[in-house]
Design a binder for this molecule. Structure first.
Ligand SMILES: *Cc1c(COP(=O)(O)O)cnc(C)c1O
Length: 306
């Protein structure tokens, strides 16, 4: 909270900053994204090394004249320099063990250490993507059971378990909407996003090739239904709505929003990052939502991602 509200790190966060970074200033005073540790290739000198390798044996080349003629450009650091470089980088990681995580919906979540431990069970963590399918039936069983629960809770027709987090799920959902529109030969260009939307919403729409337009909010901080209806038309592919929204307010007009968008031939995407506030009370599918993502790490306390 402190970092966002005042733009400066708290005392504990200050301690995370390396001494040489203290000289760096930004407009807001927030240095969270500043990584001024040079790349490993920019430090040391190529003639130095942290390991002793035996000299290469004197054998004839079998590369038929394709041998490298210049050095391959490995970084040259002593062992101590290499250790310090990576230790300095590791200290720039922000972690719940060193301070508050200052992002709204991520702050609401509780991720018990036990869940991290469960995710690291060998039957999950040691699976290889090319492993024979009969050897991963247990993990597939768990994934399938979860998928069935998610369908039940959301009222959707199907679920994809492949996206790795919210932003990835958004891209998956918006690309599904794009595919559905293209399948009916309907080249729409615009996705409408409320002013209060999380940055990933417009970023996803733009990444999927859409133009992004704002939907204004009314004085309550909710979507202005009349302004939305006025903008709908044959060029609008869909809307992306977070419900409850980023201000923590439930959109009571959600069904009316969905009906209006559907009537205009568009699709409704729901950003489910705040699903924990309504899970078990209302199903997004019943509110007319066509596609949504669920942040399992926000609503269901899994380790981040998934
Ligand atoms: C957290 C969040 C996202 C992005 O989810 P990630 O899992 O962090 O990629 C998208 N929208 C909203 C409203 C969020 O709070």
């Amino acid at each position: 909270m402190n970092m966002l509200a005042e733009g400066r790190p708290t005392k504990q966060e200050e301690n995370l900053v390396m001494p040489e970074q203290n000289s760096v200033t930004t407009h807001s005073g927030n240095r969270a994204l500043i990584v001024d540790e040079p790349l490993i290739f920019e430090t040391g000198s190529p003639d130095r090394s942290g390991v002793d390798l035996p000299a290469a044996p004197d054998v004839a080349s079998r590369l038929g004249g394709l041998e490298r003629t210049a050095p391959i450009g490995l970084p040259g650091l002593s062992e101590g320099e290499a250790v310090r470089h990576y230790t300095r980088l590791s200290r720039q990681n922000y972690a719940i063990d060193v301070g508050l995580f200052p992002l709204g919906s991520c702050t609401m979540k509780h991720n018990p250490r036990l869940n991290e431990k469960m995710a690291r069970l060998k039957g999950f963590a040691d699976i290889h993507p090319l492993q024979p399918v009969e050897t991963v039936q247990g993990a597939l069983g768990v994934i399938n059971e979860l998928a069935v629960w998610l369908i039940e809770l959301t009222g959707m027709y199907g679920v994809a378990m492949s996206p790795k987090a919210g932003a990835h799920g958004e891209l998956c959902g918006i690309l599904c909407i794009r595919a559905a529109l293209e399948a009916r030969g309907d080249a729409r260009e615009v996705i409408l996003v409320p002013e209060s939307a999380h940055g990933t919403n417009p970023a996803t729409a733009a990444f999927a090739g859409y133009k992004v337009e704002d939907i204004p909010a009314n004085s309550d901080g909710r979507v202005d239904l009349e302004a939305l209806k006025a903008r709908l038309g044959p060029d609008v592919a869909g809307v992306m709505i977070t419900n409850p929204n980023t201000c923590g307010l439930f959109e009571p007009d959600m069904k009316a929003i969905s009906d209006a968008v559907h009537e205009a031939g568009g699709f409704v995407y729901c950003d489910g990052a705040n699903f924990n506030a309504i899970v078990g009370k209302v199903r997004p599918g019943d509110l007319g939502v066509d596609a949504m993502h669920i942040n399992l790490h926000k609503t269901f306390s899994t380790p981040h991602g998934g």
